[in-house]
Design a protein around this ligand. Sequence first.
Ligand code: PBE
Length: 266
Amino acid sequence: KGGNGIGAQTDYQIIGIEPGAGIMAQADRALKDYQLDNWQLQEGSSAAMTAELKKAYNQKKPIIVTGWAPHWMFSTYELKFLKDPKKSFGAVEDIHTIVRKGLKQDAPGAYTILDQFSWKPGDMEKVMVDIKDGRDPAEAAKKWINANGDKVGNWTKGAKAGNGETINLVYVAWDTEIASTNVIAKVLEQNGFNVKLSQVEVGPMFAGVANGSVDGMVAAWLPSTHREYYKQYKNDFIDLGTNLHGTKNGLVVPKYMDINSIEDLK
Ligand code: PBE
């Protein structure tokens, strides 16, 4: 059946995450692009995926997961992305901040801060690692903000302080987005806004900003991962551009596994 013996050892299972995630559509595409007819993409959650990875890793067992960077898993375990010569997972991407129409008029200071929000993968990973080590996300955000006053100062420059206006932010429970959303929420709070965070599924996250029932999100992976959601709603919200450059999606395995490319699964 192929797969270098890896298929038999892993039951031809790739451990996925939430069904609506862009990386799941990309992994489905990879199964077709590489003709991995015997393989199955298992749906679950990001938390279940990292739990399975931990379990397999501690026993030095083979495992294949849908993974993305930045992520604390790369500083916790020795892992590698499988090469993707057919580019089923797209290329290096950006994360965009997207807000509802009218936010600029209703809360100009919050709009300015969201517009100026921008950091690096290494910044985000610090917050992610702290949360993974057990720190409450809001506390991890505060700790990073306190240590990075220069960066945060660039986000808040020229922003009109709030007067307790409520800002509703939505996010999906991906480790990357738990980190970024908590950081920007804390910065908005420190500048006079009353921030409400709601954890939702990816479809409702885009729909909520587009229909104006929420104010914004910092979690749109573009141009590839969330292309379909973006296409559907792009005329109905304001894309404030990149808040982070340099993400990557793919199939991730422990370095102790003797494969290097998705092609090796055939
Ligand atoms: N992710 C993390 C998301 C975007 C952020 C890669 C799991 C997704 O696949 O939709």
